[in-house]
Design a protein around this ligand. Structure first.
Ligand code: TXA
Ligand code: MG
Length: 340
């Protein structure tokens, strides 16, 4: 299959992409978080193609994207009052809400769960595409399963060229990590995946919000995942990533003492001159938003320089930094080395 390159700023290209979706095809769609791989959410066969293109396990459910709040009523059994409050505050935007699903949601979307995850993205091209298609769109991140999520159309093509009908190029994503996933199907509501909307922001609207154990730790053997996506090794470059939780001084000493062929550093901007190995940066130490924006591209660049062992600076798990930490510990398979 030849993958069409479409331009998100061209209204004709939006129409072309919408037509592909109505015919049951797949389109790489820009959003403010990461690029999604979109299909008609009401067509189980179209949705099944997403799993095939990504190599995604079928037990990992997808997020359904809408471009008007009212679309939500058709997708869920009921809209809980918490959903209205959160939507008022943070939609359109990088937040996904899990609610009891309506009968129209195919099993492929919900992976057999009784719930469905819904998001109203703020990216104008995503909104234009959803509206032009006239459909709710199921869309996971448009990477091969297990790889870092794509934040540019080039990343999408790197993983999906020849496997999908088209990619709609809308430039680089502004947030850079995936949406916050919060379930309203439990009491109190629970944060399943940290993202662009912080835990503090959720609590400011809802009061009590729990944080799922899987946000910071690997799932214990035999425990069922509340958010199936959080159980997989994820976001990984090909290298073995080891997070070093320490001061920069201790990090620098450790990295320079362990330099070998294939060793690289994943660190903050400005730290390169003191390190004696190839360096990839993921933003400034004190700017969590910049870290989020740059992380996935940095993980892909580690592959380009053929890194084999990567020593990573440990993100501060605060604000959007919690999402950065959550992604990086998965890329590292939860390997964290604490140094004095
Ligand atoms: O920002 C985003 O959310 C991006 C863009 C494209 O919108 N999408 C995205 O989708 O990150 P994906 O499939 O890569 O991640 C969806 C996450 C997974 O961890 C999945 O397990 C969880 O949401 N999820 C989906 N439906 C769920 C449900 N019914 N209950 C619990 N978790 C669910
Ligand atoms: Mg994903």
């Amino acid at each position: 299959m030849q993958t069409l390159r479409l331009n998100a700023n061209n209204p004709e290209d939006i129409q072309k992409a919408a037509q592909i979706l109505r015919e049951g095809g797949l389109v790489g769609m820009p959003t403010e978080t990461v690029y999604g791989l979109a299909a008609n959410a009401l067509d189980g066969k179209a949705v099944a193609k997403i799993f095939a293109a990504k190599g995604r396990p079928m037990d990992n459910p997808l997020i359904v994207h809408i471009s008007k709040f009212d679309q939500l009523y058709k997708l869920v059994r009921e809209v809980p009052p918490e959903a209205e409050k959160l939507a008022q505050a943070y939609w359109p935007g990088p937040m996904t809400m899990v609610m009891p699903k309506a009968g129209c949601i195919p099993d492929e979307v919900s992976a057999g769960l009784e719930t469905v995850a819904v998001r109203f993205p703020s990216h104008p091209a995503a909104q234009a595409l959803i509206s032009a298609s006239g459909l709710p769109l199921a869309a996971p991140s448009a990477n091969l399963s297990g790889r870092p999520s794509p934040t540019t159309a080039e990343h999408v093509l790197h993983d999906m060229d020849g496997k999908i009908e088209a990619v709609l190029d809308g430039g680089a994503c502004g947030v850079g990590v995936e949406s916050t996933v919060v379930t309203l199907a439990t009491k109190p509501p629970r944060l399943l995946r940290p993202g662009g909307i912080t835990l503090e922001q959720l609590r400011a609207v809802l009061g009590e919000v729990e944080m799922d154990n899987a946000v910071l730790k690997p799932l214990a053997e035999g425990v069922k995942a509340a958010s199936p996506g959080m159980k997989y090794k994820h976001y990984s470059p090909k290298a073995n990533v080891i997070i070093i939780d320490s001061s920069f001084e201790a990090y620098k000493q450790y990295v320079n003492a362990h330099k070998e062929a294939g060793t690289a550093a994943l660190c903050y901007s400005g730290e390169a001159p003191e390190l004696e190995v190839p360096v990839v940066c993921y933003g400034r130490e004190d700017d969590y938003g910049e870290q989020a924006r740059e992380l996935f591209d940095a993980l892909r660049r580690l592959d380009e320089i053929h890194a084999k062992t990567v020593y990573a600076r440990c993100p501060e798990p605060k604000g959007v930094g919690l999402a950065v930490y959550n992604r990086l510990i998965r890329a590292a398979g939860f390997e964290v080395l604490r140094l004095e």
